[in-house]
Design a protein around this ligand. Structure first.
Ligand code: CP
Length: 325
């Protein structure tokens, strides 16, 4: 039996800069040879739990596990005992004897940490209230494809800067050595603990952090512009108030005029045109959102293969053509 420590991916900083690069390199190789890697041959099963709705995450994990030679088991809200009729710890103990990886979209980050503590297989955060690290792997892969590098680039996120996407842009961006600028209204900025963690990681990678309520400061000459919905899951009753609050942070043509001329635009989707992003921007030449959505598949396949290998549960995947399992 392997004595390797089981690796999980619960927050963006669970990967060092070098490890993040390994996953992105593997994602690029897997994108070039989509059906050539089979770390879940058997087929082994990956349990994918959803406590919230999803299109991209659900489909990309289902397709990705199948393409890796495995079998995805999708468990929708209300279909299991997890967290309500059975403790997370007991669920983790049982699942680890049946499946090779656990993927979970849930509310509290603490639940994922509890799952990982008691799991003998990798646990992946496929969105929590605090972080969306799988999305950021896809975003970074997309930026690298379009810009040829990550370290040294500037990236601005505008809008609800206290949400899971803002936190993950901050942590994943500085891990990649990027200069991350987060802009949102006072009271809707990242938690101090997240900012401190980002600054600590930036001290190792050369990445920097700017937190501001001035959208112009965030946008000035920036290489990458990102935004997200102003009304996240569970905030629907506050829509009118939030639209008024975040209006200054809309990514429209006036905002893009402040960015670098060759800047690209990211949005994790689903998007609400004329709220957080103008139709002419998301549907325009600078938008790379469809590449970004596709890259969920490739980035998550690479992440799963990397976690399995790093945990001693599968052979290390090769980047060499013709040497793949
Ligand atoms: N971006 C994203 O996570 O999309 P879904 O909510 O559709 O999975």
């Amino acid at each position: 039996m392997s004595t390797a420590t089981i690796r999980h991916f619960l927050v963006d900083t669970d990967l060092t800069q070098a490890e993040q690069t390994e996953v992105l390199d593997l994602a690029a190789a897997m994108k070039a040879d989509r059906y050539g890697y089979h770390p879940y041959a058997g087929p082994q099963t990956v349990a994918v739990f959803f406590d919230k709705t999803s299109t991209r995450t659900r489909v990309s994990f289902a397709a990705g596990v199948a393409e890796l030679g495995g079998q995805p088991l999708i468990i929708n809200p209300g279909e299991s005992q997890l967290g309500h009729k059975e403790s997370i710890a007991d669920s983790a103990r049982v699942l680890g004897r049946m499946v090779s990886t656990i993927v979970w979209r849930t509310y509290a980050q603490a639940g994922l940490e509890e799952m990982a503590t008691h799991s003998r297989v990798p646990v992946i955060n496929s969105l929590s209230d605090e972080y969306h690290p799988c999305q950021l792997l896809a975003d970074l892969l997309t930026v690298r494809e379009h810009k040829g590098k990550l370290a040294g680039l500037s990236m601005a996120y505008l809008g609800d800067a206290a949400n899971n996407m803002a936190n993950s842009y901050l942590l994943a961006g500085v891990t990649a050595g990027m200069h991350v600028r987060i802009a949102g209204p006072a009271g809707h900025l990242p938690d101090e603990a997240v900012v401190a963690a980002a600054r600590d990681r930036g001290a190792e990678t050369g990445g920097t952090v700017t937190i501001t309520s001035d959208p112009s400061e965030a946008l000035s000459g920036v290489d990458v512009v990102a935004t997200d919905t102003w009304v996240s899951m569970g905030q629907e009753d506050e829509k009118a108030e939030r639209v008024k609050l975040f209006g200054r942070y809309r990514v429209d043509e006036a905002a893009m005029a402040l960015a670098a001329p060759e800047a690209i635009v990211l949005h994790c989707l689903p998007a609400y045109r004329e709220y957080e992003i103008a139709a002419e921007v998301i549907d325009g030449d600078q938008s790379v959102v469809w590449d970004e959505a596709e890259n969920r598949l490739h980035a998550q396949k690479a992440l799963m293969a990397w976690l399995m290998a790093s945990s001693g549960l599968a052979a290390a995947p090769s980047l060499e053509e013709g040497a793949r399992r």
